[in-house]
Design a protein. Structure first.
Length: 355
């Protein structure tokens, strides 16, 4: 099967419960039923960030494959990078069902999954079986359990455990679906967490992948600068801007818009891009790589994130709606948009609208 055919068949799953459809999609990916994108990426898309080479700047955001069951097949769809997780120290069943909702009229998603995942041991076992020669960069998103968590113990231990396998590691302190997690974005607690993770990194004798922090789009303007300063002070490599939102931007047409949880997709794009632009201005002249996430569904929107300050771009909801055929199309559109705006490569476009 080709990615295009897999996407053609996706509407057949839209009548299913969204979480069941997601589980079936992961199984299909795991068994290679979505095919692979065998086309060569346009050279204009090749870029370097976080000390790593990316065949293109388009990545899959965390949350799609929390337990790393389909990483290699996802990479073969043409992504420049795939972020697995969030993974927690212990297995976690997540919140009561139903907890995933399609807002079809808005091409958006609301989830209150609660970071359901198989836990660190199962996650590591799957990463150990990945081929060494991968077609895309692997990111790993780490988080704490809902119960029995100790952030200053758990985040460093998770980082050390996944470090041998990851191109980069993202610290999740911004999911709205774990009680108290977003409080960890506060200046004092975040500094303590970053200090503990950096200490764990520096103690490693093997690989030391770059550390990133994923932040919420709902931060107050006053809260953004302390996060940037904390990241810079601890030598953190970058920020992912942003996670899902608890806001409900108008207009939302779906009757499901009042469901509790994090909203992703096109309604998030404006707020996430504005936050990205603000962070880019605060980070100007600093060694801080930004990944733009939230509402990207075509090449023009990917370029908008790059011009706002992102070196790399992630998507989730658009992939859930459009399927594997989205990735080659989005890359073609982004390459065309870069050339149309006079850029020879991705690096030339980064942050031009944030200056």
């Amino acid at each position: 099967m080709t990615p295009q055919l897999a996407s053609v068949l996706m509407p057949l799953m839209r009548g299913m419960d969204p979480e069941r459809a997601h589980d079936i999609a992961l199984r299909a990916l795991r068994f290679g039923l979505a095919g692979a994108d065998r086309s060569a990426d346009d050279p204009v898309l090749a870029t370097r960030a976080l000390g790593l080479d990316f065949r293109n700047p388009i990545g899959l955001a965390a949350g799609f494959d929390k337990s790393a069951v389909a990483i290699a097949p996802l990479m073969r769809l043409g992504f420049g990078f795939v972020e697995a997780g969030s993974v927690t120290p212990k297995p976690q069943i997540g919140n009561p069902k139903p907890r995933l909702f399609r807002l079809a009229e808005d091409r958006a998603v609301i989830n209150r999954m609660g970071m359901n995942n198989a836990g660190l041991p199962a996650f590591l076992a799957r990463l150990a079986h990945l081929p060494a020669n991968r077609p895309a960069v692997l990111g790993v998103n780490i988080a704490i359990n809902k119960d029995g968590a100790a952030p200053l113990r758990d985040y460093p231990a998770l980082y050390a455990a996944v470090a041998p396998h990851a191109g980069y590691v993202a610290i999740n302190v911004s999911s709205p679906n774990t009680p108290g997690l977003r409080d960890l974005q506060g200046e004092a607690m975040l500094r303590d967490i970053l200090g503990a993770v950096v200490e764990a990194r520096d103690a490693l004798t093997g690989p030391r992948p770059p550390i990133l922090v994923k932040i919420a789009p709902d931060l107050s303007p006053a809260a953004v600068e302390p996060i940037v300063e904390a990241a810079v002070a601890h030598g953190i490599a970058g920020l992912i801007v942003s996670n899902t939102t608890i806001a409900r931007p108008a207009p939302l047409r779906s009757a499901l818009k009042s469901q509790a949880g994090g909203l992703s997709g096109p309604p998030l794009r404006a707020a996430a891009t504005e936050l990205l632009r603000r962070v880019a201005r605060l980070a100007a002249g600093r060694d801080l790589t930004l990944i733009g996430c939230g509402g990207v569904s075509n090449g023009a929107e990917a370029l908008e994130k790059i011009k706002a300050g992102a070196a790399l771009v992630q998507l989730y909801a658009a992939f859930a709606y459009d399927g594997p055929a989205l990735i080659p199309r989005l890359k073609r559109e982004l390459a065309a948009a870069l050339r149309r705006d006079g850029f020879k490569n991705v690096a030339e476009a980064i942050g031009v609208d944030a200056r």
